[in-house]
Design a protein around this ligand. Sequence first.
Ligand code: NOJ
Ligand code: CA
Length: 550
Amino acid sequence: MIDPRHTDWWRDAVIYQVYPRSFADSNGDGIGDLPGITSRLDHLDRLGVDAVWLSPFYPSPQRDGGYDVADYRDVDPQFGTLADFDRLTDGAHALGIRVIVDLVPNHCSSDHPAFQAALAAASGSPQRALFHFRDGLGANGELPPNDWPCMFEGPAWTRVTEPDGTAGQWYLHLFDPSQPDWNWDNQAVRDDFESTLRFWLDRNVDGFRVDVCDALVKADGLPDWPHPTHGVVEPIDGRMPPMWDQEGIHDIFRSWRRVLDSYEGTRILCAEAWLPSERTARIVRPDEMNQAFNFAYLEQRWDAVAIRSTIISSLQANDVVGAPTTWVLSNHDVMRHASRFGYDGTVALEAGVGADDPQPDRALGLQRARAATAMMLALPGSAYLYQGEELGLPEVTDLPDDVRQDPVWERSGHRIRGRDGCRVPLPWEATKLSFGFSSVSSSDTWLPQPDYFGPYSRDSQNDDPESTLCLYRRALEIRRTLTGPIRWDESAADGTIAFARGDVKVLANVNGEPAALPEGASVILSSSPYAEPGSQVPPNTTVWFRCEEA
Ligand code: NOJ
Ligand code: CA
C-alpha cells in the first residue's frame, strides 16, 4: 500500500511510462485501454517500479496521440470510463505503485468546446482571448502574424474562416493546427487548469507529468525569432526564444506547487522541457516542480566521455537547487534506445526510420541498451522507463508508410516519418494473436506489430534469467539497496565509466578495450552474459559488483 508518510518517495523513484493506446487492449478493438492496464498491473508489480505515468487518455480526436485534449476531466470512451480510471488507481495503489497523469497545458484540441466557442465568436471577444488570435500581416491579413515555425513543420499559425464566411484572424499553435495554444496571460486559463489539477488530485493521483511546460508563457508582443526553435533550446545573444522558457512560467509552477501541497502525502510535478540542464534546473527549485526529464542524458550517443560528462553536469545542475537528477533513455517521442544504439554516432531522435532507410544492428543495439540501462539504474536520483524497454523491444523501423499516424508525416509532405515506430502495441504472449496485446482474440492492432516481436514477448522472457526482462527486475531489486552519492573511480580506463554507490561498484565498458575487474570482485549484476571470475568485461557491457573485504 501507499504510505503517505513516505514524503520523499519521488527522489529515487523508478517511474514507468505507459502509453495507453499501446500497452494492453481489454476489448479486442486493437487499441489499448485503461482496463487493459489494470489487467497487467502484475507485470509492473513484478518488475518492481514505484510509479506509473500514464500518457493522455482524455477525450481527444487523437490527432497527436492524445496530446490534443478535448476535455481535461474525463476519459475517452476508447480508453474506458472514469470508473475504470478509479479501478486502475486503486489497483496500483494496492500494489504500492503510485499513479502520475499527463497534464497538457500548452494547448488543447481544436475540438475543445472553448476553442469551438472562440471560432464562433468575434475578433476581440473574451472567447478568443483564451487563445492567441491575431490579425494577419500583409495588405489583407494574408500573412501569418509572425515567423514562428510549428514543431511539426510549417508555420505556427493557421488562418480561420470567420462565422460570416470571410478569411479572418490567425491562431497560434506551436504544434499541429489541431492543437491551439492557450493564452496563459489570461487568468481564466489559469483558473481552469487549477480546477483540472484538483479534479485529478481528488481522484487520488500522485502527480502530473507536464507537457511542454516551458512553452506556456510567450514573450510580450510575440516577436519574430529568425533562429531555430527545435531541439534543446539555447539562448541567443542572451535571450531565450520568445516561445520557450520565459520567466513567467515559474509563477505558474509555484501556484501549482501550492495546490499540490494542500493535499495529503507528496504529490509531484515532473517537467517536460527540452532546455539546457542549468535552465531546466530552475524549474525544479524547491517551490516549483519536483523533477524534470533529463533529455541531455537521453541525447547522448554511445560514447563513454559524452555519457560521463553529461552525468556530471546533470548532477551539478540539480545539486545547485537541491533537486534529484532524473535519468531517461526512451519515451513515446524518440527512437527506442535498443535501436538508437544499434547505429554508430548520433541519430535523429524523432524523425523515424522507414523500411528503405539504413537499418540498425538489432543485436548490437540491444546489447548496448542493456548496458546503458544497467548503468542508468545505478545512478542516484529518479529513473524513467518507457513501456517495452524492459523487454528489450526495438523501434519498429519497417512500418508501412500508409499506417503512420504521427501528424509530422503529413505536415512534412512525407519527408519526416515521425514517432510511430516506438508506439507499436506491446507483445505479451508469443503464440497468441496480436502477441496477447488484445485479450479478446484479434490480430488487428492500431499499428501493426512485426512478426519479429514474438521472442520479445513478456512470456518468452519471464523465466529466462538471461532475458532483458529478468535483467531489469534484478537491477530494480538491487537498486533499492543502493545508497549515497556517486563516487567516481578516476582511474577508469579509456572508454569505460566506473563509480560506486555505497559498497556496490559499477563498471560500464562503453567503447573501451576489454576491462579487468579488481581481484576479489563478485559480480551481482551483468548486462550481458558475463563469464567466469577473472575474465574481462567486454565493451557494451555493464557489471555491478562488490569487493570482498581485504
Ligand atoms: C510532448 C509530447 O511528449 C509529444 O508526444 C507531443 O507531440 C508534444 N509534447 C505536443 O503535446
Ligand atoms: Ca481497447
